[in-house]
Design a protein around this ligand. Structure first.
Ligand SMILES: [Zn+2]
Ligand SMILES: [Zn+2]
Length: 262
């Protein structure tokens, strides 16, 4: 199972793209501006899209993706998220006023898109091209709107993605329990100077994240995502200073274009 980072920035500018991960060639986790890097052919191969939450930086590529591939595909694109997230998308995005309701066109019986809710903790299984099983499970997160992170499990191990969140114990309890946790992708949006903004918008800042990381007994590679544009180096320096030099080599900024395998 291959995870390619199409976008992982907290914003845009100078080539930065917002959150979207391509799993193999047929699944997306979030549909931020990173999806705009894909070719039309690659966009048309995406059968399943899992959304963490409805903030624009995680969904802005979604309506245009659907519109672009609708005529090129044989079957619908399945849109997965926790039920609360899908309700917001129905009410506020695919409502004909912002974008057409792709779950009803060209017809209710054969739509371009199907809503496919996945409650927290419920595992969605998909075969890969070689007959292996890929598992995707929404996990709790703590953000200002209904939000999930995701636990991805492939043939050789697991990846945990925090989604947008600040401190919440469940992520770390899960991380400690998952056998073969190879990668932890966790956000740290703001530097310590902006801790009030981070707290109000429920994002991590280095001191808070370092405290949680210190309690992690298992040793996955830790990848920091959703860094504020322009502040990436400062946030990573603050984080490395807090966690200490010994741990710092295993805590790195996630990079656009990077590929992780599980
Ligand atoms: Zn958010
Ligand atoms: Zn975000």
């Amino acid at each position: 199972m291959q995870i390619k980072v199409l976008g992982c920035s907290g914003g845009i500018g100078d080539g930065r793209q917002t959150t979207s991960f391509l799993i193999d060639d047929d699944i997306l986790i979030d549909a931020g501006s990173g999806v705009t890097l894909l070719s039309r052919a690659a966009l048309a191969r995406i059968n399943h899209i899992f959304i963490t939450h409805t903030h624009l930086d995680h969904i802005l590529g979604l309506p245009l993706l659907l519109d672009t591939v609708a005529g090129d595909r044989q079957g619908p694109v399945f849109l997965h998220a926790i039920p609360e997230v899908l309700e917001i998308l129905k009410d506020h995005l695919f409502n004909w006023r912002i974008w057409p309701d792709f779950s009803r066109i060209p017809s209710v019986d054969e739509p371009f898109m199907c809503y496919a809710p996945v409650p927290l903790g419920q595992t969605f299984r998909l075969a890969d091209a070689d007959g292996g099983v890929r598992e995707i499970t929404p996990i709790p997160a703590h953000h200002v709107v209904p939000t999930a992170g995701y636990h991805l499990r492939g043939p050789i191990g697991s990846l945990l993605f925090s989604g947008d969140t600040n401190s919440h114990p469940v992520l770390w309890e899960l991380a400690a329990l998952i056998p073969n946790l190879l990668h932890l992708v966790v956000e740290c949006s703001f530097g310590n100077e902006q801790r009030l903004v981070a707290n109000a918008s429920r994002h991590y800042h280095p001191t808070e994240l370092a405290t949680d990381l210190a309690g992690l007994a298992v040793g996955p590679k830790v990848w920091i995502t959703h860094l504020k544009p322009g502040a990436e180096a400062d946030i990573m320096s603050e984080l490395h200073a807090e966690i200490g030099l010994i741990a710092a080599h295993d805590v790195q900024a996630l990079m656009q274009g990077q590929v992780l395998k599980i």
